[in-house]
Every structure is written in C-alpha cells, then in structure tokens.
Design a protein around this ligand. Structure first.
Ligand code: MN
Length: 188
C-alpha cells in the first residue's frame, strides 16, 4: 500500500487530465484530514470509487453498485491501485481510449476516521471506520471474504432503511451532474 507505481504505469499524463503523482495538493487546502472521497465514475461501466487516505496516498476500491447507508446490505468493493492524494479533488473527463476513460465527479468527500491502524486492519481482512461526509455518515466496515472485499454500513443513528446513490447525483465539489461535467469538457 502507498505505492503509486501502478497508478503511474496505467496512465499517460500527456493525455489524461488526472493528477500526476507529483501534483501539488492545493485543491485539498481547507479539507479535513485524513480524508475520504467517493467518486462517481461513468467509465465503460458506471461505478463508484471509494478512496481512503492512508500513509500519503488514497487506498482505492471500485464499487460497482455504489455506496449504501442501509446496514446489512453488502456492496462488492474491488481493490484498485493506490491513487495520489491530489486525486481527491479530481473531476473531469478521462479521454478515450485511456485507462478509466469516461466522466468522473466528486460524489462525496469528508473526514475518514479509521477505528484502529489501517494497514493492520487491511492485512487482517477487516477495516472499521467512520465517515463524515455530506452524503455518507457514521460507521462503515470493509470486510474481506472468499467473494472479495465487501463494503457495509454499520448500525448507528445515521443508518437509513433505504438508499439509492442515484437519487443524489450531484458533485459535492462543483454541484454538477455527470452530464454537466461531461459537457464542460476535459480540463477542470
Ligand atoms: Mn473508477
């Protein structure tokens, strides 16, 4: 964890507007730390990307069905390459035919509060944490099973009885929808 070689290898920074791993983090100024971000990503297939700040990078999982605030619902979370911290402010269009081509927006962002050491938890197959975002609040768990990593909402006062991330389509960074970000073009 914390290695950005894979991130670098997968991208051509002369083409993609995504941040390079040496990008300045000015966009993160004023944000609470450590932070989490959930990006909505209309790539070949629509999904959400969960990213948690740890040891100077963003640990990342692709979540095909998106976040839930309903305890008991399990969301498959497929580990992906670590991303640079500056990625927490990325919103825009990744051009075809590059890796992750499509449109991305900052769906939610805020405080990431791990309930214990992150590395130890991931190695043991269970990470307990709290999020304090605009859409996601309270306790969550990432749990490794034979079916892969699962992202679940804990039972707490923030839990909801139903939740559909598609009913909250706007970026917490810009207020734009995916369609509006796409229309605005690659550079953000
Ligand atoms: Mn993605």
């Amino acid at each position: 964890m914390g290695e950005l070689d894979a991130y670098r290898r997968l991208r051509n920074f002369e083409v993609t507007p995504e941040p390079g791993d040496g990008s300045n983090e000015a966009g993160l100024a004023g944000l609470p730390r450590p932070l989490f971000v959930v990006q909505k990503h209309a790539a070949r297939r629509l999904h959400y990307d969960l990213r948690l700040e740890s040891e100077g990078a963003l640990l990342s999982w692709a979540v095909p069905r998106g976040p839930t605030m309903v305890p008991g619902i399990k969301r498959l979370a497929v580990p992906t390459e670590d991303h640079p911290l500056a990625y927490a402010d990325f919103e825009g269009v990744i051009p075809e035919p590059g890796y992750g081509a499509g449109t991305m927006l900052v769906w939610d962002r805020g405080v990431f509060r791990p309930l214990g050491p992150v590395r130890t938890g991931l190695e043991a197959g269970k990470l307990d944490f709290e999020l304090e975002g605009e859409k996601l609040m309270g306790r969550f768990h990432l749990i490794q099973t034979r079916a892969g990593w699962l992202w679940v909402k804990g039972k707490d006062s923030f839990a909801q009885s139903s939740f559909d991330p598609e009913t909250l389509p706007r970026s917490v960074r810009s207020g734009l929808t995916l369609e509006e970000v796409r229309a605005a073009g690659p550079a953000r």
